[in-house]
Design a protein around this ligand. Sequence first.
Ligand SMILES: Nc1ncnc2c1ncn2[C@@H]1O[C@H](COP(=O)(O)OP(=O)(O)OP(=O)(O)O)[C@@H](O)[C@H]1O
Ligand SMILES: [Mg+2]
Length: 564
Amino acid sequence: MNKGILAPLKKYIGMFSATILITLVIVLLQAYFPYINKIIVDDIVTNKNYSLINSVIISIIIVALFMCILDVIKRWLITNMAENIQKNLKEELLSHLRKKPFEYQVKKSDGYLVSYFQSDITLIALIYRDIFPITIQIFFQIFISLTIIISVNVKILLMGILIICLNVIITKSFSHKIKDFSTRYQHENAEVHRFLTDTLKGSKEILNSNAEEWEKTKNRNVLKKPISTSLALTKISALSLNINLFIYWLSFAMITYFGLGLVRKGEMSIGVLIATTTYFMSLLSPVLLLFEMNIEYKKALGGWKRVRELISQKERPEKNKTINESLKEISSCNVLDVSYAHSGLTKKLLNNINFSAARGELTLIKGVSGEGKSTLVQLVAGFVSPTVGKIFLDDLLIDDIPDTELRKHMKVMFQDPDFFVGTIADNLTFNKENITEEEIHHILSCLNCEFIYQYSDGIHSILDENIRLSGGQKKRLALARTILSKSQVLILDEPTSGLDMENEQNILNYLSEIKEQRIIIIISHSSLAENYADRKYELNHGKLEFQTLGGDSLARSNLSKPRD
Ligand SMILES: Nc1ncnc2c1ncn2[C@@H]1O[C@H](COP(=O)(O)OP(=O)(O)OP(=O)(O)O)[C@@H](O)[C@H]1O
Ligand SMILES: [Mg+2]
């Protein structure tokens, strides 16, 4: 049993205990029905005690009614508990996904994240809604059936125990393979999710190849893989299940043979024989179900493992008052001796990088495609940690700054900006406080985003598939979103790429106007941007070379030096 999987139950211990209690009562009531057989055969039919008929029928109805009511309550409790656990897990995952290192998102890509929510959580919810409650019920059923059988005949009981032991041994011998196939199936399904999401998002393979190439592409294997794994899993599970089933029927034949021998010798009544075989048979379905549950549990554990992997990732530090105070007015961002290699790659992409960006300045970082500029952005923004070296906001190491604080004071405009389905205004003000509509209109006009007003609801138009923004429009809107945040540090990854000269100039002018209260780092290839930059660096073969100080910053005083 995976201990962590019990943890979510702690919060609902009352509900869970009530469920266990109700289950026990239901199982006890169920045990009454085989006993009825004995009364009917021995007392009513054999001893001709017909006066018992009415009370037997009434008792059946009362017990059945009581059982049904209890079952409704039990189901309600279980659903309530499982749905709440599912909701909590989704919330926990969401909050981790928002904070987690950016690299994780990039590496796992959207498809994995979709799969975390859709397939893993559904599987995990099964544990609390079906697997745990049914397993508990089965254990009670087995225990009660065995207790009743022991009171009738010890030999039959021993036979029952022997069969259960045999079943356990057989199931154990198969379980390793079942677990392996289940985990593989989960991973392959996640790959399918990722593949479908990538493809739907306008993916590379489809766009870059014609239909025939697409037919041939090896990625089709991604879709096929889970089928063969699922078939292998079914084969092995069905084999294990049916061997158990055969042993059970065989033992039923033996017990009936043995019992009939006792009846013949007059050592057991027919009613007791029927009741005993019924109790014995009532062991069959729960024991088999238990094995099936074990298979489902193993599958769900695969999902649980993948979700825990995400949740257990290192958190940033908690809130801290002194840090909040120090961040009120940030005067510089300093990168000291930073080197970085992407995980899995031995060669360093960035080698001993040093740079400073100061308040009131536009700092430009240029470099040819693939040099590592966007990677540097991820490092400075704290999404990934450098392999070596340190990054500071003034004298605060960014690793020591709580995530909420860092995100408040530093905003990144990504190279490929994205928007969620919601109004334009919601997209622009997401996660920001106190932004007025006037401010939104103002920034839109400053950045030439009047195209928004061609939609009938203006900034309240919903950005969905009906609104197709051009690449340049997306850039301007994303820049508006970043600037609206009023954060002190703005990191803009290619904010003007793909834009015409006029728009580019407009944006650079605007950034120059607002730079006084901010530290602005621009990643750009553009030569126009160079004219506006106060401080210029060039990334070249993993090294960042300082180029020049622009006019504004020459006059400026020294940057504050970080403490070591
Ligand atoms: N998560 C990652 N894992 C492994 N390699 C990566 C990862 N992200 C980027 N790379 C590799 O690192 C190199 C630099 O990528 P990066 O996106 O930082 O370049 P860039 O300078 O921003 O390029 P561009 O100007 O085209 O945007 C590339 O070779 C890229 O394939
Ligand atoms: Mg880039």
